[in-house]
Design a protein around this ligand. Structure first.
Ligand SMILES: NC(=O)C1=CN([C@@H]2O[C@H](COP(=O)(O)OP(=O)(O)OC[C@H]3O[C@@H](n4cnc5c(N)ncnc54)[C@H](OP(=O)(O)O)[C@@H]3O)[C@@H](O)[C@H]2O)C=CC1
Ligand SMILES: O=C1O[C@H](COP(=O)(O)O)[C@@H](O)[C@H](O)[C@H]1O
Length: 508
């Protein structure tokens, strides 16, 4: 993973990168506090991401310290042991160097004692660092119910001291509320404590390589500019599929369901990048302005353009009520009321316990007018952006079937990352987003008004589901999901190409 280079050479190369990016204002002693350090996200995602940043030299021993905070009674070594099995890919000596950067502080989330202790521990470390600037990053790997009290404690006890330059930033995890009102309430509670530029609402899909590529693809390629509209595109699907169920997270999941867990956030963020207009520049505020605009142009969702499903066996989980109507699958059509997209359905589809694991954007073009090859049966042009796994972009095109006959068939122009970028390690989403936070770049984080616009789209539908006005149909685990979803896609215009399957190329 580190390509065999020594830790010191990696760190030197990162220093030169920092200079190139003119990050001088972002330097100084860095304290990263993971709140909820005893939890699932912390061990599976947050600490591994920090470890990879350390291994690549983006955070360094002399400059950073990491603090785990939670109620559990753990020692420094207890926390290190708990997470070390998840820290993979670097030489043994790097792992022990990284683990030594981590300290654990135990305390509750709603009284001052623990946070005073945390502040004291951070301050001791800062004082010993002999740097002027103190940077404090708080990562809330916690259930959202405790965000307001934790943020209040940070604000009261743990802010970067005003006697020193630097900053305090807070990363909060989704779900940001359960509907428009609760999200707005949470936003105003946090907004009373922190400025918007200090709050980083993380949506890890925005850290995925191919999601980050969407703007480049759309706005740096002449090829796509004239095609990306209602004149040429028939429909767009944004799809998330998982081949496992709720797996021990049934209690959490049942309160939220697939729309709140995946569609309202991850898929809607991808939708924004696919559908928005060109931003004035790459400045985070310009990009987020465009995202808000396209969200505000979405028409109310029509119940007849929604299919909900729940896999058989979901309710066997003892933490799920026997009468649960929570969808584990949903297909929802969004329609954008603007000049570019009027009449083009965006089908956002997500499901758990399906027959495959993948996430992709599928742009299906209209039929060729005056088709002299009679090749409708070969299917339409499609441009597919495979977000995961096997990151790729491919364009389904009709070609002459090689041979003596003038026959056509579907083939593809294929940019598979595994082939094209053989020695390049694609960074984990969390790794990239934590680095963005350290650098103060909010481009890939959700702004408050964006969140509000997202909840405005889904809240009426979610309330209908919560009140049982819309029912989830059952589907077999390991299947494609409810057949009604395929019927809905076909009804709004999607034409499936039968007999064509894209197989990710592999190295021989
Ligand atoms: N796990 C995942 O894969 C993902 C999680 N998220 C989000 O990240 C956040 C953290 O998730 P995750 O790590 O799975 O959560 P956990 O349930 O593992 O909770 C994290 C820690 O918070 C403390 N905690 C748990 N429940 C409560 C409670 N009711 N009141 C106060 N403290 C509590 C516990 O620490 P202690 O008791 O020691 O204080 C626990 O170790 C959530 O907002 C989640 O939605 C987002 C994407 C994926
Ligand atoms: O946020 C979540 O995302 C994961 C899927 O993330 P991915 O990066 O593996 O695609 C999902 O399993 C989980 O339910 C959801 O909370």
């Amino acid at each position: 993973m580190s390509g065999g280079s020594s830790p010191s050479s990696r760190r030197n190369s990162s220093n030169s990168l920092s200079r190139d990016l003119d990050l001088s204002s972002e330097q100084g002693c860095l304290s990263i506090v993971v709140l909820g350090a005893s939890g699932d996200l912390a061990k599976k995602k947050t600490f591994p991401a920090l470890y990879h940043l350390f291994d690549q030299g983006f955070i360094q021993s002399g400059e950073v310290h990491i603090f785990g905070y939670a109620r559990s009674n753990l020692s420094d070594d207890g926390l290190r042991e708990r997470i070390s099995g998840y820290l993979k890919g670097a030489p043994e000596e790097d792992l022990s160097e990284f683990l030594q950067l981590i300290k654990y502080v135990s305390g509750s989330y709603d009284n001052g004692e623990g946070f005073e202790k945390l502040n004291k521990t951070i301050s001791e470390y800062e004082a010993s660092s002999k740097t002027e600037s103190y940077r404090r990053l708080f990562y809330l790997a916690l259930p959202p119910s405790v965000y307001p009290s934790v943020c209040k404690m940070i604000r009261t006890y743990c802010m970067n001291p005003s006697s020193h330059p630097g900053w305090t930033r807070v990363i909060v995890e989704k779900p940001f509320g359960k509907d428009l009102d609760s999200a707005e309430q949470l936003s105003s509670q946090l907004g009373q404590l922190f400025e918007e530029h200090q709050l980083y609402r993380i949506d890890h899909y925005l850290g995925k390589e191919l999601v980050q590529n969407l703007l480049v693809l759309r706005f740096a390629n002449r090829l796509f500019l004239p095609l990306w509209n209602r004149d040429n595109i028939d429909n767009i699907q944004i799809v998330f599929r998982e081949d496992f169920g709720t797996e021990g997270r049934g209690g959490y999941f049942d309160q939220y369901g697939i729309i709140r867990d995946i569609i309202q956030n991850h898929l809607l963020q991808v939708f924004c990048l696919v559908a928005m207009e060109k931003p004035v520049s790459l400045k985070p505020e310009h990009i987020r302005d465009e995202k808000v605009k396209v969200l505000q142009s979405v028409n109310p969702i029509q119940p007849e353009e929604v299919v909900l499903g729940q896999y058989d066996g979901y309710k066997d989980d003892p933490t799920v009520p026997d009468d649960s109507n929570t969808p584990t699958f949903a297909s929802v059509v969004l329609r954008v009321h603007n000049e570019r997209w009027e009449g083009v359905p965006f089908i956002l589809k997500a499901g758990k316990a399906l027959n495959s694991r993948k996430a992709e954007v599928r742009v299906q073009f209209k039929d060729v007018p005056g088709d002299i090859f009679k090749c409708k049966k070969q299917g339409r042009n499609e441009f597919v952006i495979r977000l995961q796994p096997s990151e790729a972009m491919y364009m389904k095109v009709t070609v002459k079937k090689p041979g003596l006959e003038m026959a056509t068939e579907q083939s593809e122009l294929d940019l598979s990352y595994g082939m094209r970028y053989q020695n390049v390690k694609i960074p984990e989403a969390y790794e990239r987003l934590i680095l963005d936070t350290i650098r103060g770049d909010q481009q890939h984080f959700v702004r408050r008004d964006e969140l509000k616009a997202a909840w405005q789209i889904f809240t009426p539908l979610l309330h209908d589901i919560d009140e049982g006005k819309l029912k989830a149909v059952s589907y077999q685990p390991g299947s494609r999901g409810p057949k009604e979803a395929d019927e809905l896609s076909a009804r709004v215009g999607y034409v499936q190409t039968h007999g064509y399957v894209w197989i990710p190329p592999t190295l021989a």
